[in-house]
Design a protein around this ligand. Structure first.
Ligand SMILES: [Zn+2]
Ligand SMILES: [Zn+2]
Length: 335
């Protein structure tokens, strides 16, 4: 089979011919139909994650069909379509037992220590996968965990939205942001989408936020003028917008810091945080429950996967688009 291999951190990716792996106990072999490109993949190539084991097949946003399975797998059969967590949880630690497997200390990430989805076939542990109940857009399935399940986790487990709550989404044209706008709307929020680039505003309009703010610098005054302060921020950018987001919150408002870790640390004005009793919460990846919820939302058809499609074998071009900050929505790769 063909696979995209990272031979050494920092080096260009290579498309190589490798053997199709055989599923062992508790594993399934999946034919990859679609895989999403995550900024995490770019950071992996660039050496941001010290645990990376090379040579490695990248990719953790997984959608495919089961073509073989090892012993001990009762949950799925050959021919089943599956979505997957981007990691294998241990299933036994305190976090796994309490439904917080996304912070399992023994979890293993696909595309980091285990071979991932930038290939024609891939091995998945049965603890990672969810069987699809119905037909659904393959692009949606590919991001049902890393993007959609993660935002669902942020909203349902920490953020909470009551009908009419005001929700600010930063980085609204990005792979996470464009879907966060839709999900915040889905859960009943009045959504203010923020983007730095004017040319991205019409793209964001497609998902119908209630307001769009185009701002290179501080947007908090405009947010305050529109809303009087928001109940919830889904902060998908990180350090560059963090303080403006914090200043956009109302008294008692909450901020979920989602997705890519920006290496640069923001200044945190403790006075603001204390006086207004604001809550800032980090969010990493998706739990099994939030992945399943994201799929349920997908079956309803009101939230769509948005972005562009490319050939998996042009993945270097896709990574360059992300490095230049030019992606609109997610980039979906087809083997
Ligand atoms: Zn991802
Ligand atoms: Zn665990």
């Amino acid at each position: 089979m063909k696979a995209v291999i990272l031979k050494k951190v920092g080096e260009p990716l290579e498309v190589s011919e490798v053997d199709v792996p055989k599923p062992g106990y508790g594993e399934v072999l999946v034919k990859i139909v679609r895989t999403g490109v995550c900024y995490r993949d770019v950071l992996t190539v660039d050496g941001f994650f010290p645990r990376v084991k090379t040579p490695l097949v990248l990719g953790h946003e997984i959608a495919g069909v089961v073509v073989d399975k090892g012993d001990g797998v009762e949950e799925v059969d050959v021919g089943d379509r599956i979505a997957s967590l981007p990691y294998v949880p241990c299933g036994e630690c305190e976090y796994c037992r309490s439904g917080r497997e996304n912070i399992c200390r023994n979890r293993k990430w696909y595309g980091e220590v285990l071979n991932g989805s930038y290939s024609e076939y891939m091995l998945l542990d049965k603890r990672s996968i969810v069987k699809l109940e119905r037909d659904i857009d393959w692009n949606y399935v590919a991001i049902s965990s890393c993007v959609l399940g993660m935002v669902v986790h942020a909203i349902m487990d920490f953020g909470g939205i009551r009908e009419g709550d005001k929700v600010l989404v930063t980085g609204a044209s990005g792979g996470v942001g464009i879907h966060a706008v839709q999900l915040a709307k889905y859960f009943g929020g009045e959504v203010i989408a923020v983007t730095r680039k004017e040319e991205k505003a019409s793209f964001i309009e497609e998902v119908k936020p209630d307001h769009i703010i185009i701002a290179k610098g501080d947007f908090s005054k405009e947010v305050k003028k529109l809303t009087g302060g928001v109940d919830l921020v889904l902060e998908t950018v990180g350090e560059p917008t963090f303080n403006y987001s914090l200043r956009s919150l109302k008294w008692g408002g909450r901020m979920a810091v989602i997705g890519n870790v920006n290496v640069k640390a923001p200044q945190l004005p403790l006075g603001l945080l204390i006086l207004r009793e604001n809550l800032v919460h980090g969010v990493i990846s998706s739990t099994k429950k939030s992945l399943e919820k994201a799929l349920e939302i997908g079956y309803e058809g009101r939230v769509k996967a948005i972005g562009s499609e490319m050939s998996l074998w042009d993945v270097e071009d896709a990574h360059d688009i992300l490095r230049r900050g030019e992606a609109r929505g997610r980039i979906f790769l087809k083997p």
